[in-house]
Design a protein around this ligand. Structure first.
Ligand code: SF4
Length: 434
């Protein structure tokens, strides 16, 4: 196996979009979850937010089963179910939404922000949730801010729900004050433990103040403006990044903080913006980086030269493919992604092996044919495809698990590798005969 060494690039060199060599663009039947899935991790992260889906019983069942809600629990999300009367125009959905919101607020006085979340049914009947959100905001402000976004499966893949939600917050971010110095804004929800680990590294490097979007409490929204340096922690936040850049933030181009290489280059992008010299950078990151390298070592033995096939699902596919090929020696057969944002992914694309077959969008039947023909050792895909492929003798990894597990940064590089080596270890254990 050859694992390419980390090349610390010159400042600004990741800013140039790299034309990906080999892209297959497909527009056919898709097999992905919708953006409602994002509510599951967002409601845990935003501790004073409530998510009200305006949808159908299908949406309610999906959310409840995806979140594994106990009937005794009172989660901070719910579904207002559109009935026939709403669909046929016999009832005024706006009045009904208003009545439901009033009941929620009475029951949950701790709520400070409420999101009306559009779904397929509300899109189909063209329900104007922005009007409802404005009306409700006027009624409940300043105690509660009401915003809206769509997570409909007609328009979004499952990680785009977070993008739409965060983009809806951006207009409410306060502007920088004239005396504010530069700040670093990390974009994308991260588990608390990962946030803390990154904060410690930035502190040690002398980079700050560091702010985050999303924030745990709506009262702590970060200020934004021309002295805000923006570092994306997740690759699926293109719309939010665009809105923040419109508000004056400067995006720092970098790979995403997965694995040793991605994390090093991600931190380096911020260090360069703050003018931190190489020696200091090396001194600060070396202990955690060396721990991460050691954690990867035994996964390398299991994963090297194993052939990997990604179905498009989470939009994490390209950064993960880069990590798995360059740091663990896996062979990439196909890397599918729902959308390929060549600007945000320029740094990642420049690190992928040039022969990588990339596919954008999906035509699920054709992709299944390519997958079966190439007989990969491991397939990364959504839940809907995993069981049928397992039944055909292929080993799979559910991509949704990647959004629920701490996988960013040096301290979790080993955990990330383990998510891919575990299915192969299980397959070896279950193997019967020669
Ligand atoms: S938003 Fe659409 S795709 Fe998602 S659960 Fe509801 S009906 Fe299904």
């Amino acid at each position: 196996m050859t694992v390419e060494p980390i090349a610390l690039r010159k400042k600004g060199s990741f800013d140039v979009p790299v034309p990906p060599p080999n892209i297959l663009r497909e527009r056919g039947q898709q097999q992905m979850f919708c953006g409602l899935a994002g509510i599951i991790w967002l409601h845990r992260k935003m501790t004073d937010a409530f998510f009200l889906v305006i949808g159908s019983r299908t949406c309610a069942h999906f959310l409840q089963s995806a979140a594994g809600v106990m009937i005794f629990a009172e989660p901070r999300f719910a579904t207002a179910i559109l009935e026939e009367r709403d669909l046929t125009g016999l009832a005024d959905p706006e009045d009904e939404i208003e009545a439901i919101v009033a009941r929620i607020i009475e029951r949950r006085p701790d709520i400070r922000q409420l999101f009306l979340v559009g779904s397929c049914p509300s899109e189909v009947i063209k329900l104007d949730l922005s009007r409802s959100a404005k009306r409700l905001s006027a009624k409940y402000f300043p105690q509660i801010v009401v915003r809206q976004y769509t997570a409909s499966g007609l328009e979004t893949t499952f990680t785009q729900g977070e993008d739409a939600c965060l983009a809806a917050i951006v207009p409410d971010l306060p502007a920088e004050k004239p005396h504010d110095g530069r700040s670093l804004l990390i974009l994308g929800s991260l588990p608390d433990i990962v946030e803390e680990q990154f904060r410690r590294l930035f502190d040690a490097l002398g980079i700050g103040p560091v702010t985050l979007l999303p924030q745990s409490r709506s009262a702590d929204l970060p200020r934004v403006g021309p002295r805000t340096h923006l570092l994306l922690a997740q690759p699926f936040l293109a719309e939010t990044a665009r809105c923040l850049e419109q508000r004056g933030a400067n995006r720092l181009p970098a790979p995403f903080p997965f694995g040793v290489e991605g994390t090093t280059l991600w931190l380096k992008a911020a260090a360069d913006a703050w003018g931190i010299d190489e020696d200091r950078f090396e001194q600060v990151i070396a202990p955690a980086r060396d721990r991460a390298r050691r954690a990867l070592a035994h996964h390398q033995r299991r994963l090297r030269d194993k052939r990997l096939f990604f179905f498009p699902d989470s939009q994490l596919e390209i950064p993960l493919a880069r990590f798995l090929s360059r740091e663990l020696g896996m062979t990439l057969l196909e890397v599918g992604t729902p959308y390929l944002h060549s600007g945000l992914l320029a740094a990642e694309l420049s690190l992928l092996p040039p022969t990588t077959r990339l596919s954008e969008g999906q035509d699920v039947e054709r992709q299944l044919e390519r997958c079966r023909a190439s007989r990969p050792d491991l397939v990364v895909c959504g839940l809907g495809l995993a069981n049928p492929l397992e039944a055909e003798g292929l080993t799979t990894k559910w991509s949704i698990e990647l959004t629920f597990s701490p996988i960013h940064g040096f301290e979790h590089a080993g955990d990330l590798a383990e998510l891919f080596s575990r299915p192969l270890a299980r397959r070896d254990l279950l193997k019967v005969g020669p």
